[in-house]
Design a protein. Sequence first.
Length: 255
Amino acid sequence: MSQRTDFDQRLLEIYGELDGDRLMELVVSYARDRLNAGGSSIFLRDSITGRYVLRTTTGLFESEKMPDERIEYEVGEGLTGWIAKHGTPLRIQDVQDRGALRRIAKDLVWSKKFTEISPQPHKAYLGVPILARDGDTVLGVLRVSGGEHFDTQDEEQLRHVAAMVCIAIENSQRYEQEKRRARYFKLLVDINGELNPRRSVSEMLAAVAGRVRKGFRTEACLIHLRSEEDVHRMRSRAASGLPETEIGNLEYKMG
């Protein structure tokens, strides 16, 4: 099999991958090998904080795992954050050349926050935004480093991969949404199966609490009902994941 045929096959694998974590691994591995770089990483936008978080990288020793502490960039922070802020590619031959960075943009500074470990001593860097289909929203940043030299053709290739990543991410997210829907539908069916008029109310509530806890993968689940003695108060009637002694002893005032 020729090298080009191998790369084409790997692109098809990326496009068809539905598992999010596996997708990220395929992307960075492909980008590193296709551009003959020392390492590659992908950062995705956190929808809550707006920061760009490292999802996976080839830039670790084989014996190492992803760091426990999140590696993330604010919009505009470092090279990765600059790409996210402006939504444009960045290509530079030496990340330590402050003068070259300043000539590209006055607000461009290498933060040294995270650098891919590379067997190559080169300092070239290339990063591109992963744009949503609207062409404006930056979903993430795909970058390679440690190459001897990156040219316009390399940039175009990486942009092409980033465009495919956008589609693959959307496919993966859609797949995960469908899995969640199927899981919640099964949960509703399971809960419905627990509601049997031949069982006592307390027994049914306990079974429902257990189903909900398992279905939502939480540490505990409590069910509160309006108190018969005081309509303005809620009292615990069933629980899963908590001591049985707590049942009936927890009360909350409504409103």
